[in-house]
Ligand binder design. Structure first.
Ligand code: NI
Ligand code: MN
Length: 216
């Protein structure tokens, strides 16, 4: 499976030619063309995560998987959705996904309540990948580490609206993953960090930091 970073908290997974988008806020990749998209996942309703999900769902026909309230909002925009609750382990043609708790808030850019924010645990081609969404450091991560045993984790590190680097390092330990991908940083001033601090601290706990190039 290939993982492409699209900036902020947006990723594209490619599993045997089937592409999956997570939190497609695509301001950092203006030339990105969504093709062969099978599914879209949105962790919560904030504009920097919902992003272009509705437009891409309309143009590709890929359904949006999101928590019930946010999925309902998308349904009203005439796109296909898969409405889920926390803990739901859903089957897709390419793998399984479970929505897990995130500690944050969730409302759409036009002020509609978005239900509970979440993260997603992907099980694809025998690998377990956890995308944390926007969240504070929280005890659920110990559960996720124990129950799902992720190989790769994507953690917000920008602070201000989410946990920062220091807490992401603690999260990485609790989650037990060998590879840690930082996200939700340096997109705007309020979440600017020196990402070399993250790389150093993740190496210090014996894990592999994967600072991904936008578009790479
Ligand atoms: Ni948010
Ligand atoms: Mn955010």
């Amino acid at each position: 499976m290939d993982i492409k970073y699209l900036g902020h908290s947006a990723f594209e997974f490619n599993t045997n030619g089937k592409k999956i988008l997570i939190d497609p806020f695509l301001v950092s990749v203006p030339d990105y063309k969504p093709e062969n998209i099978y599914d879209i996942f949105v962790t919560h309703a904030h504009g920097d995560h919902l992003g272009s999900a509705i437009e891409i769902s309309k143009s590709t026909g890929a359904p949006i998987t999101a928590v019930y309230e946010l999925a309902n909002y998308c349904t009203k925009k005439w796109v296909k959705t898969n409405d889920i609750g926390l803990g739901a382990r859903c089957d897709y043609s390419w793998g399984k996904v479970t929505a897990v708790p995130a500690f944050h808030s969730s409302s759409t850019p036009d002020g509609v309540y978005g239900g509970s924010p979440c993260g997603f645990v992907f099980e694809i081609e025998g690998q377990v990948i956890y995308h944390a969404g926007d969240t504070a450091l929280n005890n659920e991560m110990k559960m996720i580490g124990e129950v799902y045993q992720p190989d790769i984790v994507m953690l917000p590190v920008g602070g201000k609206y989410t946990m920062d680097i220091e807490h992401a390092v603690i999260a990485a330990e609790w989650l037990g993953a060998s590879e840690v991908i930082p996200m939700h940083y340096n997109t705007f001033d309020a979440i600017s960090v020196d990402i070399s601090d993250f790389e150093r601290q993740i190496r210090e706990i014996g894990k592999m930091p994967r600072v991904m190039k936008i578009g790479g």
